[in-house]
Design a protein around this ligand. Sequence first.
Ligand code: NDP
Length: 504
Amino acid sequence: MHKGDLAMGVAFQLEPSVDRFVKAPPRKMLIGGKWVDAVSGKTFATVNPADGSELARVAEGDAEDVDRAAKAARKAFDDGPWPHMAPTERQRILLKVADLIETHGKELAQLETLDNGKALFETENVDIPQAAGTFRYYAGWVNKITGETSPTDPGYFNFTLREPVGVCGQIIPWNFPLLMAAWKLGPALACGNTVVLKPAEQTPLTALRLGELLLEAGVPEGVVNIVPGFGETAGAAIVRHRMIDKVAFTGSTEVGKLIQREASDTLKRVSLELGGKSPNIVFADADIAAAVQGALMGVFFNQGEVCCAGTRLFVEQKIHDEFAAALATAAGTMKQGPGLEPGVQVGPLVSQEQLDRVTGYLAIGKKEGAKAILGGERNTAPGLEKGYFVKPTVFTGVNNDMRIAQEEIFGPVVSVLPFKDEHDAVFEGNRTLYGLAAGVWTKDVSKAHRVARAIRAGTVWVNCYNVFDVVSPFGGYKQSGYGRELSHYALDLYTNVKSVWLKI
Ligand code: NDP
């Protein structure tokens, strides 16, 4: 290891491989098992959000590159060994991928923190281990994906096969770059599909490093193709391509709608994990200290760049003021700074664009009459001026009709709203076009069950928040999308069911 100065002049022991990765000539894209330049020869910059400096240049994929990648993936699916490989062999390779992610965990964590901004503590303890765990979990499924026999008329024998869908286009966002790649690739590969993956333009580095590890683990050429580039060009080309059978997308509801419309032309299968505006409901009978901590991590984890963040914090009227004050006090102690700096809990936002978007919402909130009892502005403390830092913000005086209560902000901003009773909490909690997640804090078990059932969302956490495990499904109701990722439910996204009849 040697010293690096990539984050705000902070001397930090970077893994040598990180240095190689960010200082090398422009990173190439992975097509057909080879690292290649874009057909156009173009590259784009990926930026360190802690100080706005250029971190690396990356090949800029466009429609022609997606076409090459789709053809490579098609060939690998139709002729290649992957879908027809002995399941135990495919399993062995995916287990190796998990092992390699762990072996290179330190390096991947640093690379992720440099590219995305998030605290190293989070990349080391959440993103990387969960990415490895996701590959390991789906490796376990490879030889357990079975069909069934059906009780038909005795003159026939009928059985079903679960077959891979084919070539899958996977478009992922920037908030958990490596983890989202694992959520998408794990089940797709376990089921025997081949893939064209597009990482977000803001955070392409860990996906490209993962590409190297996939090859090292023995994933055959053409099975995973990684095309960095922009959504409007490379992303749109994936959605339109005739050789691609399915698109899996995580990102904004706006782009999700666009993708669904575009995919209708080729009738691709689509799964969408989209935005959220999740209600986190605190009843007066809750363990208040635990609820404050839960509300805090429910919204400020990952700088609030989390689709299921508990951004609408409903607190029972009689404890509202005291609770909001306790939350602001706790949030005020969170250390903000470059993600690589020891002890940092809240890093910068991912990009200038996201900084503008979030500070725009802070202005909207104030104009609407909300009061920032903490934060409410960009953080330009000495050393942070060039980075995309927004102070953790707690708004009170919010009502559920305001834009800050209804629109996804995707930053460290929470709105605290009072409610009268259980009916009011459920009614207002559900009054959003989203339905990704919710939280409920109470010691009353019956109330917890009633509210968990009444909330229209794909995940409900009771007396906890933001708990994830690969064994439990994740996905949306309403305009938060459809299809379930993680757990055995994700296998449904990546398999077709074939019914076979034999006349006896
Ligand atoms: P997008 O939805 O634009 O980006 C997500 C992914 O989709 C990226 O890989 C992006 O590519 C790609 N993409 C963009 N446009 C298209 C298109 N027309 N066809 C195919 N793919 C496309 O999110 P943004 O980065 O613009 O963030 C805006 C807001 O979206 C955030 O503030 C947040 O509210 C929400 N969001 C939600 C996420 C979630 O987890 N649900 C994750 C990220 C954002 P590229 O980045 O290269 O342009």
